[in-house]
Design a protein around this ligand. Structure first.
Ligand SMILES: NC(=O)c1ccc[n+]([C@@H]2O[C@H](COP(=O)([O-])OP(=O)(O)OC[C@H]3O[C@@H](n4cnc5c(N)ncnc54)[C@H](OP(=O)(O)O)[C@@H]3O)[C@@H](O)[C@H]2O)c1
Length: 248
């Protein structure tokens, strides 16, 4: 039976697939029948993800540091035509605004925003996005619900949000859809990189009406929906996924 949520026959790229949310997205896409290209920097963890993919269509692996423009272009050039794109690679470096240096801003924006814009540009120029393709960007509720010490991270995700909407409008005539997921806290390595203590995390988790932080799987299920034909009327949407955190 054909399901509108199936990804069978689709070629999908997932960036930041070596851990956390990206790994879960890659696995779920493979379970729904897609051929997945996974990308990241850490070859060992990327190989682990590849092992975890559902064996069916040919999956591929591409190591690229998205902090480096040439590697972004090399990734785009290595790809065949795509039906789906999950732009998930990202990092956080928390620091007070008065200690922010140019190199911090560049590093966060390079990975969280510039690499996305450059990768999409290169894929469009190379005509590598099929009609009906879906682009899913992983933003953050931090773009709208801010916290002390995360000015640059929040700004980079704010850029992702505006880019999502503008790109959705621009690509609508090609029937290419563009949406973003804005997760609240999800249990991944990123949380440990944000320098929040275990005690602070426990207090913060209490602010989630559903009673827990998210799991990578929670994000993956929404990602699959956005990549599938079930969401074919959805474009330019910023989808909050946060266990009710932003209701308060
Ligand atoms: N966890 C949360 O609470 C949360 C909440 C909202 C939004 N998000 C967003 O979700 C996305 C995934 O984060 P996560 O929580 O799954 O964190 P994670 O486990 O740390 O994963 C981050 C991924 O990004 C990749 N990456 C980082 N820098 C890179 C670079 N220079 N070049 C290529 N790849 C790079 C990492 O690859 P390597 O390790 O191989 O370098 C890794 O696969 C990010 O965009 C993050 O901002 C996370």
């Amino acid at each position: 039976m054909n399901s509108p949520f199936s990804l069978a026959g689709k070629n999908i790229l997932v960036t930041g697939a070596s851990s956390g949310i990206g790994r879960a997205l890659a696995i779920e896409c493979s379970l729904q029948g897609a051929a997945v290209t996974i990308s990241g920097r850490n070859s060992d963890r990327l190989a682990e993800t590849l092992e975890l993919l559902f064996k069916g269509p040919d999956h591929q692996c591409f190591i690229a540091d998205l902090d480096v423009d040439e590697e972004v272009y090399a990734l785009a050039d290595s790809l065949s035509r795509l039906d789906g794109l999950i732009l998930n690679a990202g990092l956080i470096k928390s620091m007070p605004a008065k200690f922010t240096k140019r190199e911090h801003i560049d590093q966060i924006f390079n990975v969280n925003f510039y690499s996305t814009a450059l990768l999409v540009q290169r894929l469009l120029k190379g005509r590598k996005l099929n009609t009906g393709a879906s682009i899913c960007l992983i933003s953050s509720v931090a773009s709208q619900y801010v916290s002390v010490g995360n000015t640059i991270y929040s700004a980079s995700k704010g850029a992702v949000n505006s880019y999502t909407k503008a790109l959705a409008l621009e690509l609508s005539s090609k029937q290419i859809r563009v949406n973003a997921i804005l997760p609240g806290f999800v249990n991944t390595n990123l949380l440990s990189d944000s320098h929040v203590t275990a005690e602070e995390l426990a207090v913060h988790e209490g602010k989630y009406p559903i009673g827990r932080f998210g799991t990578p799987q929670d994000v993956a299920y929404l990602g699959v929906y956005l990549l599938s034909d079930a969401s074919s009327w959805m474009t330019g949407s910023l989808l909050t996924l946060d266990g009710g955190f932003s209701l308060r």
